[in-house]
Design a protein around this ligand. Structure first.
Ligand SMILES: C[S@@+](CC[C@H](N)C(=O)[O-])C[C@H]1O[C@@H](n2cnc3c(N)ncnc32)[C@H](O)[C@@H]1O
Length: 272
């Protein structure tokens, strides 16, 4: 493993912290900018600064497998194709009939190393694991995404998992902070400050006069909003029991469901 100021770790194994990520992102920024030059931004897509976060965490020259869950119009897939030219990229999209599907297919047709599949990645991804895999989850969302990430890490074949839409104030974020040590986020202040300029093309489609989803008070968030949708990065750590964390997640879901059903019954009785 290489990790000096001038060389970059090219394997996805091992934890990364905010400081290391920032340093690595600075080192790869020039190449990244060349790779994304003239790449138009597609609706629903992951921001460019968030993709720089992925590149910095994984390391350039990554030549193993990248599994993507949730392709839509292929924005993240296209950037993955550019930043990891030596990797074998498999992208899974659930909704074959979506108008997004042909857009992605057409956009990605020139990448020989990007394979497009359709189906539920909660099943499909496990058929395509190989040692040293990196996974990017941008659908399913919420706790379904967290469960998928933990199940992937539990196999021991996945070095890093990125989960999209884990902005501040969400219950999923609190869960990761409490139960998955070493999780880092692309909305880290210093990272955003340095690299948000990459996202200028992304903001065109947003109505910035309205609060963004990731500023949403409905999610219980007050103050200190995230900069954008936000990637969480979970690095495989052999000292972590992913089985145990999955048990906690299942228990939490069980009690949440039980609470909802008790509340419903109480409301019914109150109304009777
Ligand atoms: C926000 S979009 C993805 C955007 C894409 N990553 C990009 O940057 O352009 C989310 C996509 O995830 C897909 N999705 C949701 N659940 C899924 C699942 N279980 N397996 C595969 N895809 C799924 C949805 O159909 C949708 O197209």
């Amino acid at each position: 493993m290489i990790d000096t100021d001038t060389q970059i770790n090219t394997t996805p194994q091992g934890p990364v912290d905010d400081r290391a990520l920032l340093q690595r992102a600075e080192l790869v920024l020039g190449d990244f900018q060349s790779q994304i030059q003239n790449v138009p931004y597609e609706d629903k897509g992951v921001f460019f600064s968030e993709m720089l976060f992925v590149l910095a965490a994984v390391g350039p020259g990554f030549s193993s497998r990248v599994l993507e869950s949730g392709r839509a119009r292929g924005q993240s897939t296209f950037v993955l194709g550019r930043i990891f030219p030596d990797a074998d990229i498999i992208s899974v999209e659930f909704d074959k009939d979506s108008p997004d599907a042909p857009v992605a297919k057409d956009r990605l047709k020139d990448f020989g190393h990007v394979k497009l599949l359709y189906g539920d990645s909660r099943k499909l991804l496990f058929k395509h694991l190989q040692p040293n895999t990196v996974a990017i989850i941008d659908g399913p969302k919420g706790f379904r995404a967290i469960r998928l990430a933990l199940q992937l890490l539990r196999t021991g074949k996945v070095g890093k998992v990125f989960i999209h839409d884990v902005y501040k104030g969400l219950a999923t974020r609190r869960f990761l902070d409490q139960h998955v040590p070493g999780t880092v986020y692309s909305d880290h202040d210093a990272f955003v400050e340095k690299f948000k300029h990459l996202d200028a093309p992304c903001w065109d489609g947003f109505d910035t006069s309205q609060p963004m989803e990731w500023h949403s008070a409905a999610e219980g968030l007050v103050g200190d909003p995230s900069y954008g949708p936000t990637f969480a990065c979970l690095s495989f750590d052999p000292a972590i029991s992913y089985r145990l964390i999955l048990c906690r997640l299942n228990l939490m879901n069980f009690f949440a469901r039980a609470g909802t059903s008790v509340n419903k019954k109480l409301r019914k009785r109150g109304g009777a």
